[in-house]
Write a protein that binds this ligand. Structure first.
Ligand code: AMP
Length: 276
């Protein structure tokens, strides 16, 4: 496996890429496995990028304390059959004196009132870095986790609208035994907070069994209230636009963002529940 820090070599173009911020955990396993599988099927290289993107942190303190575990990350990538890890310095992604465009944002990045509202600037930063990483790594396909549903829809729409010719592959959320979505933030959940956090996926599952999106939203909020979780949002939306469902909505998604024991968690699941 190659570790690339500076110029991304031409012979790796046409790869299947997984953009990450490193600190890889069991939740990234499925994502990387899927990319490796997809790459093998296309006889293309599998690439993981490790780049802690400063422009997507709305709180500079978060950026400072973001875990950096590069050696463990490369070991995991090697074990999973990745061909190259691309870990550029900040200057390679954002050359000094060059304005890297955020580009035109689809309304999903500004209107739903979900991550766009609670993490101002975050999705702009994501659009900017993904755009830039796509230019640098020249992939044929890119894998993103369903865990960050709004991000996945944003990148899918960006690639389609702008005819980037990059296939965006959404990978289902990897979960702990009790249903909690795997996340680097889970290490901060101590004792009672860890148990409390399981209510989020329980609520999503219960919502998924309801007969209408309205009842699903009520049930989701009830489960969170019973667990004393003061959510930012707990809602059922059109899965593609993330706006409130309309009679024309083809598929729906239940989405939650909630602080638990001081740690902000996000999760989502399809409504109706798909049994996963
Ligand atoms: P991160 O480095 O955590 O910002 O995320 C890198 C990629 O991993 C993103 O596409 C995330 O959606 C994805 N990801 C994070 N957690 C999970 C999970 N539990 N299951 C699947 N994908 C995930």
């Amino acid at each position: 496996m190659r570790v690339i820090r500076e110029a991304f070599p031409d012979e790796l173009a046409g790869n299947v890429v997984v953009p990450t911020m490193g600190a890889l955990h069991s939740g990234h396993d499925a994502l990387i496995n899927r990319a490796v599988q997809e790459a093998r099927a296309r006889s293309a290289p599998a690439v993981v990028t490790v780049f802690v993107n400063p422009t997507q942190f709305n709180d500079p303190k978060d950026l400072d304390v973001y875990p950096r575990t590069f050696e463990a990350d490369t070991a995991m990538c090697e074990r999973l059959g990745v061909d190259a890890v691309y870990a550029p310095p900040v200057d390679a992604v954002y050359p000094p004196g060059v304005e890297i465009p955020v580009g035109d944002l689809p309304t999903i990045a500004t209107e739903p009132g979900l991550e766009d509202h609670y993490r101002p600037g975050h999705l702009e930063g994501v659009a900017q870095v993904v755009r830039r990483l796509f230019v640098l790594t020249r992939p044929a396909a890119a894998c993103f986790g369903e865990k960050d549903w709004q991000q996945l829809q944003l990148v899918t729409q960006m690639s389609a609208n702008e005819r980037l010719g990059i296939e965006i592959i959404g990978v289902p959320t990897a979960r702990e035994a009790d249903g909690l979505a795997s996340s680097s933030r889970n290490v901060h959940l101590k004792g009672a907070a860890r148990e409390q956090a399981a209510a989020i996926s329980r609520g999503l599952r219960a919502a998924g069994l309801e007969s209408t999106p309205e009842l699903a939203e009520q049930t989701l909020q009830e489960v969170l209230r019973e667990a004393d979780i003061p959510f930012e949002y707990a809602t059922v939306r059109d899965a593609a636009t993330l706006m409130p469902p309309t009679p024309g909505s083809i598929s729906h998604r239940a989405l939650v963002a909630a602080p638990v024991g001081g740690t902000r968690l996000i999760d989502n699941a399809p409504w109706p529940w798909d049994g996963r």
